[in-house]
Write a protein that binds this ligand. Structure first.
Ligand SMILES: *Cc1c(COP(=O)(O)O)cnc(C)c1O
Length: 403
């Protein structure tokens, strides 16, 4: 049975009424027959049937044992870090999601958990960084916004050999394209806000574990710390997941077409998309992913903040907004938005140049998306000419003054 068919088969029919869709159990508590004797539910922070259904579906999607749904992607990440204790160390990918960076460095470092950042596109860098204090290796692949790829199987071997856990933030690829647990990872996390939800209408996170005992620890933290996903939001994620394979297929087709268009545009400097043969990690992406995803980044030959600012403000179909992974195409300017708080030097060293633009390519027709970009490039070209003309006018004026 194909993955898409299996997924839809896995979404249960309500045994009570035969409802085709999963019921939303909008309740905080459950009536008990006698103290402690109930139908498996006593309080919705601890367990809720709608959330439980999502957690089972998510575990099946990622080929894992236990799923746990959280109020956001960051709450999911937070639950995984809680597996560590003071004195332990994390090795994390250097262009990690900004929120995870903030959580690791500004929250967990103060509790004595050390963090080292390395470029994970070379597994050797991780190998060299591991010490006996390392308890967790944290990677994202592809990364944001420069779409670097890490070899999951190779890094999983390093983790195993050194007795530490490997957690993969699988938000960008989604389980439709990549299943890290089958490649040796121990834990997968998702910002379900992105591709799993798919409609930019809910904030949610998931943790999926390969082992039952680690899953039980995560479930303990979920209840003990309380950042649970609400029943209605759980239902929205289930509804989103139903069309995951179909949406991802179109995201991949569109992103490939957009990336190829950009690669041939005279105003574009670099295009970052693992589906391009020019991508430095194209071979690894091809080996471990079923497709290359919906995120494309590119930079301009004239690497100026102002030009990129103009570009992202002028597109029509691509809406200027943070976030990604929804059906509608979005555009963003990392240097001025998601990466604004990172010092310019550090930001540029990580490959986020002034003119870097990130596209979350949606499921519209590729042709329309390319026309939108084409129209915006024409406007940009006019602007560049205007600026040049102004510069030469002032030079002429200055020449007149000085001669
Ligand atoms: C958005 C995102 C997160 C954080 O998820 P929230 O749902 O916004 O808390 C974590 N990792 C990646 C890769 C993301 O894109």
């Amino acid at each position: 049975m194909s993955n898409a068919t299996q997924l839809l088969q896995n979404i249960p029919i309500d045994p009570l009424t035969g409802a085709l869709t999963v019921p939303i159990y909008q309740t905080s508590t459950y009536v008990q027959h006698a103290p402690g004797i109930n139908k498996g539910y006593d309080y919705s922070r601890t367990n809720n049937p709608t959330r439980e259904t999502l957690e089972k579906i998510a575990a099946q999607l990622e080929n894992g044992k236990i799923g746990a749904a959280f109020a956001s992607g960051l709450a999911a990440i937070d639950a995984v870090v809680k597996l560590l204790k003071s004195g332990d160390e994390i090795i994390a990918v250097d262009d990690i999601y900004g929120g995870a960076y903030r959580l690791f460095t500004q929250v967990y470092e103060q509790y004595g958990i050390a963090i080292k950042f390395v470029d994970a596109s070379e597994p050797e860098n991780i190998f060299n960084a591991v010490s006996e204090k390392t308890k967790l290796i944290w990677i994202e692949t592809p990364t944001n916004p420069t779409l670097k790829i890490a070899d999951i199987a190779a890094i999983a071997k390093i983790a195993k050999a050194n007795g530490c856990l490997l957690c993969v933030d699988n938000t960008f690829a989604s389980p439709a394209l990549q299943q890290p647990l089958t490649m040796g990872a121990d834990i997968v996390v998702h910002s379900a806000t992105k591709y799993l939800g798919g409609h930019s209408d809910v904030i949610a996170g998931l943790v999926i574990t390969k082992e039952e005992n680690i899953g039980a620890r995560i479930k303990f933290f979920q209840n003990a710390c309380g950042a649970v996903l609400a029943p209605l939001d759980s239902w929205l994620i289930i509804r989103g997941i139903e069309t995951l394979y179909l949406r991802i297929k179109q995201h991949c087709i569109n992103a490939q077409a957009v990336a190829e268009y950009l690669e041939n545009h005279p105003l574009v400097d670099k295009v970052f998309y693992p589906g391009l043969k020019s991508h430095p990690n194209h071979a690894i992406a091809k080996k471990q992913q079923k497709g290359f995803g919906g995120i494309v980044s590119f930079s301009l030959k004239q690497d100026e903040l102002q030009l990129a600012e103009q570009f992202v403000s002028n597109t029509t179909i691509f809406k200027l907004a943070e976030s990604l992974g929804g059906v509608k195409s979005l555009i963003s300017h990392p240097a001025n938005m998601t990466h604004k708080t990172i010092p310019a030097e550090k930001r540029k060293a990580a490959g986020v140049s002034d003119s870097l633009i990130r596209l979350s390519v949606g499921i519209e027709e590729a042709e329309d998306l390319i026309l939108d970009l084409e129209k915006t490039f024409v406007q940009l070209e006019l602007l560049i000419k205007e600026v040049k003309a102004k510069v030469s006018d002032t030079t002429k004026a200055e020449e007149r003054i000085y001669c």
